[in-house]
Design a protein around this ligand. Sequence first.
Ligand code: MLT
Length: 247
Amino acid sequence: MTTVLFVHGFPFDHLMWRHQIAALTRWHCLAPDLRGAGAAVTSFAVADYSMAAYADDLIALLDRSQVRQAVVCGLSMGGYIAFELLRRFPQRVLATILCNTKAEADTADGKRGRDALAARVQRGGATAAAAELVPKLLAPPTRERRPDVVREVQTMIDRQPVAGIVGALHALRERPDSTPLLAQINVPVLVLAGADDQIAPVGGMEAMAKAIPGAEFAVIREAGHLSPLEQPREVNAAVVTFLEKLR
Ligand code: MLT
């Protein structure tokens, strides 16, 4: 059975993939909480957080699960980690699904924004991150018509440990530029964009897909940055079609 390794974004946990895990009954799904997220142990120093460390944790999980190769499905920060896996452990990646993500590193302004958010979270807890991020994360139709999804995302951010959020912000600000990798990716790739994503806009995602040889590209309507939670049916359909072609 093919394994799909779901890698969540920031500042979330594995439950952001709950609709996909429920739907993919014909695949072996692994959906861990990354270090410092959800229920994962948080006894790490800030410097212990990096895309490389997250990737090493995932390889250790694949080893423990006796999985030689997996389809890596990452959203946003999960996509940055998928790039790290492709760069350092290409033989462990059977195919990749890149949701709502981008290949570029942070700009100087972006890095300042990470530091400012880390300071606000240290003062005000995870709620400070939820207050800042939720309006940017969700598409207008989700914010206006799906109070259940808004609440779910708010609650998910609220329960994240402060140390894990601050550590992830450090990893995000220090992440490498993955654009030089794109042309070298030689596994099947599906790129999924949210039509209303403010954080990884459609235009950039389409350009990224074009830079990856043979990559498929699809836009999820009425979805922001969290398309797997905002439009699970459409995302599941695209993911299943892609996975079936790998068989
Ligand atoms: C995420 O969803 O993982 C974040 O938006 C990533 C980022 O802030 O770069």
